[in-house]
Design a protein around this ligand. Structure first.
Ligand code: GLV
Length: 337
């Protein structure tokens, strides 16, 4: 029987997803909860046909050079900013990601962040644990109402729109900024209006970021734009850290250019900007937006299924990111029976 193709799995993944891979591949499993050291990855990938990686692995020319037999990279993320898609396409390597399965979960979490910041949930929790609660006080930990306020959404793709759908119960008008307008029927059903970024920043009580990270969105929220926001407004970022100039945000939080922020992602993850941890008006969580059991299983299964689809059955997976890729027919791979 032909030898099974080798797939490197660069981090611990849900058990069910690993089980999907097992019958079809030899698996080199980096079964840890911290990123695989680069040197280790480059060594393991030498004879691999497939790689299942995360957003912590840079998938670039260096990696492709180290992996002459590589035919598919399945990233366990919807974001692709860690992948050089043009390089992958040039080398005939298919790249898949995990769109769709995490949309609603990330939208839920954006609202968790928004409420946590607006209603000071984390500060209240800290007070309780520190034994500092001395009884009900009409002026204690006053937050900001959410109902009826204006929500600004920067990046109105599937997650941005899922966030907007949730405003309907909160009577919130939506302003959105995106290069691409959505259909008028969608705008109407969401009470959403497309505006320029500056208008969105000036008018919104909550600004949620849902753009991809690329050269046009890096530091989109810089000092100038943070200063455009209302002093009573909040910034929510569950997209990508570098969309915000984090040092400028620390100044904004300290000086009161805005009232608060809630961050799931950071400019130099896992590090955070100096002074951010001391900002009581910031809710800080460790990149959890898609972190529900159901969604992480679905992400892992989608990534695993795309490897099986292509490397075993030669089918083009529906979640292919580089749709114009022409698979390298010279690469040696053997379909498992
Ligand atoms: C997480 O940030 C993802 O891109 O899936």
């Amino acid at each position: 029987m032909a030898e099974k193709p080798l797939v490197v799995v660069a981090r611990n993944i849900p058990k069910a997803s690993l089980e999907l891979l097992k019958p079809h591949f030899q698996i080199d499993y980096y079964n840890r909860s911290t990123p695989i050291p680069r040197r280790d990855l480059l060594k393991r990938i030498k004879t691999a046909s497939g790689l299942l990686c995360l957003l912590t692995e840079q998938v670039n020319a260096e990696l492709f050079d180290a992996a002459p037999r590589l035919r598919m990279v399945a990233t366990f993320s919807v974001g692709l900013d860690h992948v050089d898609l043009a390089q992958a396409t040039r080398r005939g390597v298919l790249v898949t990601h995990t769109p769709g399965v995490l949309t609603e979960t990330c939208a839920d979490f954006t609202w968790a962040l928004l409420f946590a910041a607006a209603r000071r949930v984390v500060e209240g929790d800290r007070m309780m644990r520190a034994g500092k609660y001395k009884g009900w006080d009409p002026l204690m930990l006053l937050g900001t109402d959410v109902y009826g306020k204006t929500l600004g959404i920067v990046g109105f793709g599937s997650i941005g729109q899922a966030v907007a759908r949730r405003t309907l119960g909160f009577g919130m008008p939506v302003l959105y900024y995106d290069v691409q307008p959505v259909f008028p029927e969608i705008e109407k059903s969401l009470n959403a209006r497309r505006v320029e970024l500056e208008e969105l920043l000036r008018e919104s009580d909550f600004v949620c970021l849902h753009t991809v990270l690329d050269s046009s969105t890096r530091h989109l929220m810089n000092e100038k734009r943070l200063r455009m926001m209302k002093p009573s407004a909040y910034l929510i970022n569950a997209a990508r850290g570098p969309i915000v100039d984090e040092n400028a945000l620390v100044r904004a939080l300290k000086a009161g250019w805005i009232r608060g922020a809630a961050l799931d992602v950071y400019e130099n993850e896992p590090k955070i900007a100096s002074g951010l941890a001391r900002c009581a008006n910031a809710v800080l969580v460790p990149h959890l937006a898609s972190a529900s059991r159901e969604t992480r299983d679905a992400m892992g299964n989608l990534a695993a299924a795309s490897l099986v689809d292509f490397l075993v059955y030669g089918r083009t997976p529906p979640n292919l990111a580089n749709k114009d890729v022409v698979p390298d027919s010279k690469a040696s791979f053997t379909a498992a029976s």
